[in-house]
Design a protein around this ligand. Structure first.
Ligand SMILES: NC(=O)c1ccc[n+]([C@@H]2O[C@H](COP(=O)([O-])OP(=O)(O)OC[C@H]3O[C@@H](n4cnc5c(N)ncnc54)[C@H](OP(=O)(O)O)[C@@H]3O)[C@@H](O)[C@H]2O)c1
Length: 328
C-alpha cells in the first residue's frame, strides 16, 4: 500500500469548482480506529455547506469533505476488536470520505447489509445515524403517531419516511415538486404535500396535528411547525436551510405543551456516535438486510467529478442519495 493517496480537497471556500484533486498522506489508524480502502463515498448537504465555508469540521477531524463511505478494512489501530482486516463495511466518518483511504473509529463501522452492494451501503451512515438519533432517540416516535418530515425527497427525507413507516407511524412529507411528492408516497408516506401548492399546516391540522416534525428548513417553517403540531407534539430541528432567525410567538409552547429540540451529528463525541451505531445495528440493520428499507439512489459520479455531484445536490433536482465512485 502506497503511503500517499488521491483525495478531493476544498481549495478555498466557494462553489463546487473549489473541489480539486490533491495528493495526501494515507491516514494512519489512531487507537480504536480502522482505515478503510474506500470503494464509494456518500455525498451529503453538510459537505456542500463545509465547501462553502459555512460548516467548519471539528478540530480533530480531517479537513477533507465526506461523512460516510463503504469499502474494505485495510488497517487496524490498537484496541480494535470485533472487526477484521478484509471486512467490508460502511462507516460514519468524522470527515475525509472524498479520498482513497479514510480513518474512522471502529465503533462507527457497520456491516454491509445482506444482499446490498457497496454503492448503496455507502449512502447509509450519515442519514441513518441522523434520522435514528433525531426521530427515534431524541424525538421518541412511536407506532401510530403522525410524523411529518420536510424535504421528504432529500437523502434525510427518504430515509425518515421509510424508517417511520417501517416502525408503524403515519407519515406525512413535504417536497417541492409533484415528482418528488410521488417518490415520497412510494416510500410509505400516506400524504405528500407539494409546498408550492398547498399549506402543510392545513393538511396536518385536518388530521389532528403532527405528533413529531423533523425539520431542516427553518425560517418561516418554525412558527408554522408549531401551529401544525398536535398537543404534546415535538419538533426536532436538524438544519435551517431558510435561516435560523425568525420572530415566533411561543405561547403555543405552553398551551399545546410542545417540545422543541434539535441536534447536529458531526460534533458529537465518539461514544455518542457509537451508541447510535449500536442501536442501528440492532433495530435497523435487520430491516436493511431483509430489504424492507433501502437507500434511494439518485446518481453517481467518479471521485474526480465531485464538483458535478455537488452541483447536482445544490440544484435540488435530485431524489435520494448522490454517491462518489472512488474505487468501485
Ligand atoms: N443535524 C444533522 O446532524 C444533520 C445531518 C445530516 C444532514 N443534515 C441536514 O439535513 C438536510 C438534508 O440533508 P441531505 O443531505 O439529505 O440534503 P439534500 O438531499 O440536498 O436535501 C435538501 C432538501 O431540502 C429541500 N429544501 C427546502 N428548502 C430548501 C432551501 N431553502 N434550499 C435548499 N433545499 C431546500 C430540498 O427539497 P425541495 O426541492 O423539495 O424543497 C432539498 O431536496 C440538510 O439541510 C443537511 O444540512 C443535518
Amino acid at each position: 500500500m502506497s503511503d500517499t493517496m488521491t483525495a478531493m480537497e476544498i481549495t478555498k471556500p466557494g462553489g463546487p469548482e473549489v473541489l480539486q484533486p490533491a495528493i495526501r498522506p494515507v491516514p494512519l489508524p489512531a487507537h480504536g480506529q480502522v482505515v478503510i480502502k474506500v470503494a464509494y463515498a456518500g455525498v451529503n448537504r453538510p459537505d456542500a455547506l463545509q465547501r462553502a465555508g459555512m460548516y467548519a469540521p471539528p478540530p480533530t477531524a480531517s479537513d477533507l469533505p465526506g461523512l460516510e463511505a463503504s469499502g474494505e478494512v485495510v488497517a487496524l489501530g490498537e484496541g480494535v476488536s470485533g472487526i477484521d482486516l478484509g471486512d467490508q463495511v460502511c462507516a460514519l466518518l468524522p470527515g475525509g470520505g472524498y479520498a482513497e483511504y479514510v480513518a474512522t473509529p471502529a465503533a462507527h463501522c457497520l456491516p454491509v447489509p445482506d444482499g446490498m452492494g457497496l454503492k448503496e451501503a455507502a449512502c447509509l451512515p450519515e442519514t441513518f445515524f441522523t434520522v435514528w438519533s433525531n426521530v427515534f432517540m431524541r424525538g421518541g416516535l412511536k407506532a401510530g403517531e403522525r410524523f411529518l418530515v420536510h424535504g421528504g425527497s432529500s437523502g434525510i427525507g427518504t430515509t425518515a419516511i421509510q424508517l417511520a413507516h417501517a416502525f408503524g407511524a403515519r407519515v406525512f412529507a413535504t417536497a417541492g415538486t409533484d415528482k418528488k411528492c410521488a417518490a415520497c408516497m412510494d416510500l410509505g408516506a400516506e400524504a405528500a404535500i407539494n409546498y408550492r401548492d398547498m399549506d402543510f399546516v392545513d393538511v396536518l391540522e385536518a388530521e389532528g396535528g403532527a405528533d413529531l416534525i423533523l425539520d431542516m428548513v427553518g425560517g418561516d417553517y418554525i412558527p408554522r411547525n408549531l401551529k401544525a403540531l398536535a398537543p404534546d407534539g415535538r419538533l426536532v430541528q436538524i438544519a435551517f436551510l431558510q435561516g435560523p432567525k425568525v420572530e415566533v410567538n411561543f405561547a403555543m409552547l405552553m398551551t399545546k405543551r410542545l417540545t422543541m429540540t434539535g441536534s447536529t451529528l458531526r460534533p458529537q463525541n465518539d461514544l455518542a456516535k457509537a451508541r447510535i451505531a449500536q442501536e442501528l445495528r440492532e433495530a435497523v440493520w435487520p430491516l436493511l438486510s431483509a430489504g424492507c428499507v433501502a437507500p434511494v439512489m439518485d446518481s453517481s459520479y467518479p471521485l474526480a467529478e465531485a464538483a458535478a455531484a455537488h452541483a447536482r445536490m445544490e440544484g435540488s433536482g435530485h431524489i435520494g442519495k448522490i454517491v462518489l465512485e472512488v474505487a468501485p
